[in-house]
Design a protein around this ligand. Structure first.
Ligand code: KIV
Ligand code: ZN
Length: 514
């Protein structure tokens, strides 16, 4: 019989700790619903004690998503645990996830406590949490740099105190796969009561080895994998869920495990997370990058046309990419759009389909063929973009050789329209200056990246920006056939995120100390 691997998604907690990411309540709910639809077993919805916003987010997710377990993070102290429980107690099978570091470097430099003291704190925290629920996870932060015999003692103590999952994080992404497999085997063999708990792993990607480490750990007995969509998370990120799931599905010969994920939702969920977090997916990213299934060389294209298996180890359809059977254009009706959306994994309400259909028709006036990627960009713009403080109402630019580039911009700020005109080095510079003057923001542009969503000069332009203001870093994205409009949309998207962060300084501060 195949063994089950529990998929624990932490996109909304570790993923939301990515620099520049700050999700509002509606965005968290949308991601939570998408994860539930995918079949994720457990989601970590946030860190409730961090701020009232985090608390409310975890509570709403826990109350609403009854088809999965919702976990809340808590440091190993009573206040964190009480607050976590308060947030999740309405859930179907809520989980308290408490943690403390176990490596000597963390004990010495951060906690200033002895090994015995930390063991007692961990035991007490789990015992305290067990008054609320038997679904308790304990994480030994920086486990991969901890003394393994000490770690086994800590795990033994917390399992005795009631932990039903013990998590082994590679917090700093330091592990190497075969050595990580050895460590997991050691813990399995030297923690006397490990059969009473699930051993979990949580790997960061600092050396680009997160997925490899997770798979190595699974082969040594780990039965829960902590991961995020698109691999987002602290620093270089976390293990990408889509990579682990597709590795297990593709290499059944070496990985005889079952996961509950419906892989056809992978692409749409990846796009949703990218859009709402403002974190673009690199084109060569495994499974979900724009080039992941693209064959450029003539030899490869020829081979794929003769037999897909020559160069493809996975079917694009299995991750929710288009089968290419239905071409969309100006003669496509609402029904065709609806079935294409379903085929791509989007389940939209009738009024949302109407919005997408109207934008699709408008795009058909500008573009002969509309590709699934265009449809995904429309869904992102029309359905997922949440109305914020600033929104674009009008843009006109004048540029070319021999004239001073000028932009006239009108923006709605909290429902009221404001307009101005500015000159700049180029039309985008002029438009950005106008936006900065209207929004009275003084952010510094750290990155400005333009790509096209599909081929052809009529393709939608996809712009991603990264801004910094007073130490706060945010990203934003925008798509439009007009590259300057796409740029302004991306800029406003980032400014909206900045506003949200400014309104919640406590959240930013707490995160920095986690
Ligand atoms: O990376 C880490 O150690 C964590 C823990 C809180 C599980 O995110
Ligand atoms: Zn982490």
């Amino acid at each position: 019989m195949k063994k089950n691997i529990i998929i624990f998604d932490t996109t909304l907690r570790d993923g939301e700790q990515s620099p520049g990411v700050s999700l509002n309540m509606e965005e968290k709910l949308q991601i939570g619903r998408a994860l539930e639809k995918m079949g994720v077993d457990v989601i970590e919805a946030g860190f409730p004690v961090a701020s009232p916003g985090d608390f409310e987010g975890v509570k709403r997710l826990s109350d609403e998503l009854q088809g999965l377990q919702v976990a809340a993070l808590a440091r190993a102290n009573k206040k964190d645990i009480d607050t976590a429980w308060e947030a999740i107690k309405g859930g179907a099978n809520p989980r308290i996830h408490t943690f403390i570091a176990t490596s000597d470097i963390h004990l010495r430099a951060k906690l200033r406590k002895s090994r015995d003291e930390v063991l007692e704190i961990a035991r007490e925290a789990v015992k305290y949490a067990s008054q609320y629920t038997s679904n308790i996870e304990f994480s030994a932060e920086d486990a991969s740099r901890s003394d393994l015999d000490y770690l086994c003692k800590v795990f033994e103590a917390v399992i005795d105190a009631g932990a039903t999952t013990v998590n082994f994080p590679d917090t700093v992404g330091y592990a190497i796969p075969w050595d990580f497999a050895r460590m997991i085997k050691y813990v399995m063999e030297n923690t006397p009561n490990i059969d009473k708990a699930v051993l979990s792993v949580h790997c960061h990607n600092d050396l680009g080895l997160a997925t490899a480490n997770v798979l190595a750990a699974v082969s040594s007995g780990a039965r829960q994998v902590e991961c995020t969509i698109n691999g987002i998370g602290e620093r270089a990120g976390n293990t990408a869920m889509e990579e682990v799931v597709m590795a297990i599905k593709t290499r059944r010969d070496l990985l005889p495990y079952e996961v509950s994920i419906n892989t056809r939702h992978i692409t749409s969920t990846s796009r949703l997370v990218s859009q709402l977090t403002g974190m673009p997916v690199q084109p060569n990213k495994a499974i979900v990058g724009a080039n992941a299934f693209a064959h450029e060389s003539g030899i490869h294209q020829d081979g794929v046309l003769k037999d897909r298996q020559t160069y493809e180890i996975m079917n694009p359809e299995d991750v929710g990419l288009d089968s290419g059977q239905l071409v969309l254009g100006k003669h496509s009706g609402r029904h065709a759009i609806k079935s294409k959306l379903e085929e791509l994994g989007y389940e939209l309400k009738p009024e949302e389909i109407d919005k997408v259909f109207n934008s699709f028709k408008a795009l058909c006036d500008k573009k002969k063929e509309v590709f699934p990627e265009d449809l995904a960009a429309i869904v992102a713009e029309e359905v997922w973009r949440i109305p914020d403080k600033f929104s674009l109402s009008y843009l006109h630019v004048a540029g070319g050789s021999g004239i001073r580039p000028t932009a006239t911009v009108a923006i709605e700020i909290d429902g009221e329209e404001h307009a101005t005109a500015q000159m700049g080095a180029g039309p985008i510079d002029a438009a950005f200056r106008a936006v900065a003057s209207l929004t009275k923001t003084k952010s510094k542009l750290l990155r400005f990246q333009v790509s096209s969503i599909t081929g052809g000069t009529d393709a939608l332009g996809d712009v991603s920006v990264r801004l910094e203001e007073n130490g706060l870093v945010v990203t934003g994205q925008g798509a439009d056939p007009d590259i300057i409009t796409a740029s302004v949309k991306a800029y406003l998207n980032a400014l909206n995120r900045l506003e949200r962060m400014k309104a919640n300084p406590k959240l930013t501060k707490e995160r920095a100390t986690l």
